[in-house]
Design a binder for this molecule. Sequence first.
Ligand code: SF4
Length: 339
Amino acid sequence: TQPILELDTLRMVYNTDPGILARLTGRADPPVIAADDVTLKLHPGQTLAVVGESGSGKTTAGRIATLQERPTAGRVLFEGRDVTGLTGAALKAFRAKVQMIFQNPYDALNPRMTVGQSLAEPLTLHRLVPRTGLRAAVLEMLEAVELRPAASFADAFPSELSGGQLQRIAIARALIIKPRVVIADEPVSMLDVSIRSGVMNLMRGLQRDTGVTYLYITHDLSVARYMADRIAVMYLGAVLEEGPVETLVTGAAHPYTRLLIRAAPEHRAGKTRRTRIRLPGDAASQAGLPSGCRFHPRCPLAQPVCRETAPALAPVGAGQVAACHFAEEVGRHGLAVPA
Ligand code: SF4
C-alpha cells in the first residue's frame, strides 16, 4: 500500500548562535544536525513507533511531519503529494488531516475554557459541524475516550481533572475532527505508571474503530513494542534500524537496537519494573558527530572500519533495514558476534 504520510530523506540543520565570546575567539559551535537523511513511511491504519534517546531527532521528525517546522532539505509527502511548502488555506486543510498529541497534557488545554469548549474549538475552526450540533459531537467524543458521565466532563475545567483524564481529553481534541494521521510525542511518559496502559489501550481501541494512523514517538522500547506495527530506531539524527516489531525484538540487526532491548523495562505479571537505559559511553552530541559510524564510540562491536566508513541503511531481512557494517552477523548472533 502507498504510505499515507512519508518523510523523504529529511535533513534538518540548526545553526547555533555562537554568542559573543565565541565570536571574539572565533570558536563557534558547529551546526546541530537534528535530522540526517531521515526517511520514514506511515502506512494507513498502522502505527510506526520512532524510538530514541533525547537528542536522537525523534521529536524533530514529529514536528516536521506536522509541518510545525520545515526541513532544511527533503520532502514531506501526504497521500503521495508533496506538502513540504504548504501555506495558508492549504496548510490549514493539511493540519485538519494530521494532528498532534503532546507529552504534557497540562499544557495542551486552555485553563480558562471548559473541556466542552476546548473540544468544540477545532470543529468550529475547520467548519466541520454546525453550531447546533457541537454539543452532541463533544459528548459523543467524550464517550469515545471513556470519560463518563460525558456531560459533567464537558462542563469541567482542566484544573478539576487528573493528568490521565486531561490526556484523554487531549486525545479527544486531536481525534474529534477525524484526522487521517496523529503524531503522538511521548503521550504517556508524564503520566503515572498505573494509568499509562489505560491510555495506550484507549489509543489502540480508537485506531481499531477509526482507522487512524499513528506516528508514536517514545524513548521506551517496551511502549513502542506494545503500540506499534513497525519500529524505527533513531540515534543522533539518523535512523539506525527499521522493521516490523517482532522482527526487531527477536532479530535486531543493529547493536544499538540490541542494547535498547536489553535496557527496556521488563513487563512481568502485569507489573512494570523500571530500568534506566544504561549504555556504554556517553551519547555524542548532534553537533560534532563522530566520524564513520555515528554509534562507534559506544558500540561494543566497533572495528577499525567503523571509525572510517559510515554504514548505509541497507536491507537485512523481510522489510527490515539496518545501518551497520555487521548487520547480518548481529541479526544472527546478536551482541555475541565474534569481534
Ligand atoms: Fe557498531 Fe561498527 Fe555496526 Fe557501527 S558499524 S554499529 S560501530 S559494528
